[in-house]
Write a protein that binds this ligand. Structure first.
Ligand code: NAD
Length: 265
């Protein structure tokens, strides 16, 4: 996809990985709907982008992605404001093992819902222009994370959903490619949550183990994840892929062995 003048909606765009993704999309000439529940940080990030890019190229929409009505409204606002939608980055996510239901709600259910709403706007059978959806998972979507079991489950869910809906989108000729990005530890404010009882609950006692893991694997800079996003968006051959981004191997793809199908017989 040629990114200039395309319209993107990024959730969790006020800080961290989402903010770096919005920055990279703007640098490529996109217009971006910045969606986040943190109104203060969201406005600050819009102000920051206004210093670098034409103010018309971004809008900030305060929205809790786990609220169906708010999420639908956010998509509607972006579509009506810019007149089209080409890219959705379902990035907003949390680490909360204490109130774990909300982790499933934000990290998995909202990603599923964001994908379905995005498809309604973008799929060609509805008169859309086609496009691309990128769902942010994690390396914890591929391996166990003993001190973050529900976070891990939610991120595994994102990968299973994304690979499956990508196949459906292809079979149904929606014209929308759907992929996932799995970063290792990234240097963003979410990492501070491992020190908080309200986030870690019964696993707080393993704080040092998590800190040791981060030290061992190293922290990635957020712009590297944005680089992975741009790579997925610009390569029209990618659909249902699981991009991994790690300190050791940089940007690369997870390889799965092919599954047998009825036509193999
Ligand atoms: P972050 O906490 O720095 O930023 C997350 C953003 O999402 C914040 O601006 C926050 O306000 C927003 N957000 C959270 N819940 C929301 C909700 N219900 N509605 C709307 N906005 C909401 O975290 P980050 O590191 O930038 O994480 C972004 C994504 O990357 C998450 O899905 C996270 O799980 C994933 N991830 C992060 C890491 C890491 O080590 N930082 C590694 C792998 C995957």
């Amino acid at each position: 996809m040629h990114l200039k003048d395309k319209v993107a909606l990024v959730t969790g765009a006020a800080q961290g990985i989402g903010n770096a993704c919005a920055q990279a999309l703007l640098e490529k000439g996109c217009k971006v709907g910045l969606v986040d529940q943190n109104a203060e940080a969201g406005k600050e990030s819009k102000d920051n982008f206004d210093k670098q890019f034409d103010t018309q190229r971004t809008i900030f929409i305060p929205c809790d992605v786990s609220d169906e009505g708010q999420l639908k409204d956010a998509f509607k606002k972006v579509f009506e404001h810019f007149g089209r939608l080409d890219i959705v980055v379902n990035n907003a996510g949390i680490n909360n093992e204490n109130n774990w239901e909300i982790t499933v709600q934000v990290n998995l259910i909202s990603v599923i819902r964001g994908t379905y709403i995005g498809l309604e706007y973008m799929k060609t059978e509805n008169g859309g222009n086609g496009g691309a959806i990128v769902n942010v998972s994690s390396i914890a979507g591929l391996v166990p994370a003993p001190y973050q079991p529900v976070y891990c489950a939610s991120k595994h869910g994102v990968i299973g959903f994304t690979r499956s809906i990508a196949g459906a989108s292809k079979e149904k000729n929606y014209g929308v490619r759907i992929n996932t990005i799995c970063p290792g530890y990234v240097n963003t404010p979410i990492l501070q949550t491992i020190e908080k009882e309200e986030n870690m609950g019964q696993y707080l006692e393993f704080k040092e183990n998590l800190q040791a893991l981060m030290k061992f694997y190293g922290l990635l800079p957020p712009p590297l994840i944005a680089e992975g996003l741009i790579k997925i968006l610009e390569d029209d051959t990618l659909n249902g892929e699981v991009m991994k981004i790690t300190k050791g191997q940089g940007i690369h793809f997870h390889e799965y062995s092919p599954l047998p199908t009825p036509s193999d017989k």
